[in-house]
Write a protein that binds this ligand. Sequence first.
Ligand code: ATP
Ligand code: MG
Length: 319
Amino acid sequence: MTAMLSVQDLSVEFGRGARRVRAVRGVSFDVAAGETLGLVGESGSGKSTLGRAVLQLIQASGGSVRFEGRELIGLSQAQMRPLRRQVQMVFQDPSLNPRQRAGDMLAEVLSTHGLHPGAARAPRIAELLQLVGLKPEHASRFSHEFSGGQKQRLGIARALAAEPRFIVADEPLSALDMSIQAQIVNLLIRLRQQLGLTLLFISHDLDVVQYLCDRVVVLYLGRVMEIAPTGALFDKPAHPYTQALLAAAPIPDPGQAAPQVSLHGDPPSPLNPPSGCVFRTRCPHALAACAEQVPELSALPDGRWVACLRHTELHTELK
Ligand SMILES: Nc1ncnc2c1ncn2[C@@H]1O[C@H](COP(=O)(O)OP(=O)(O)OP(=O)(O)O)[C@@H](O)[C@H]1O
Ligand SMILES: [Mg+2]
């Protein structure tokens, strides 16, 4: 597997002293070229922070992010500029300027990156609109005239205008109606194939993650609990937290056995996370040792990684 993006021991902190939030703690993963990697975890687990830190939209407090072998952490704005084009973000709310025409917004991105100047600009704008399922004549519309789904298509077109190779999509569906969500998922699948995109897909929606992603990273309180191929993760979650997360999701098949693990209450405050394994205070399998030791990510034979002191016995029990 050749990694397009390689994240090593990445940490992000906000605030200082007693108000210090360790939003992302020692996170490592790779994203292979062409892969769609899912990023899941409860609200506040650090998904958006991680996505933004990967793209250098916020500053990491430690670690390494390499894009095609090149270290991004520590690059100046000027050094980052040529790379900025290749790594783009799609947000839950595309935050379009309501007083700007769609075509002008895309023209602005093209001009920022020096792409398709002069007479080539208008045809490129038409092409971008068509690429996301809009019409060339939509170029003259103001963004407030678009529906929610169309706005998200425009948000995607804005990211694509830069001709990125890697996209972080942060909950791109969660503001949309169910029927529109399916359309945007299908759009992402088509674009991924047509443009050979590599995606980091952040979502609460485990069904969509299962449908769209090749592998999944599970975050809890800023730490990676498990990284697994999608099939393995949903078939047989290895980490007690992944088990609880999947069990908390609605069960499509009512005949399925009741979940053994469930999540009660809220996660502890990131201002004062538990010692050792951050999940131990909600984990039904926790031992005294779990408070002492931060579990390392260990490789399982089926291509997954799990950070749990008891992974060997618990994983065997599951078989
Ligand atoms: N700018 C900030 N200043 C201070 N704390 C922040 C900031 N941004 C995020 N945090 C904190 O960092 C932690 C991780 O937040 P983040 O938004 O990354 O979580 P998330 O997994 O994306 O959550 P959600 O699913 O709700 O989007 C939270 O405790 C949050 O309160
Ligand atoms: Mg978020």
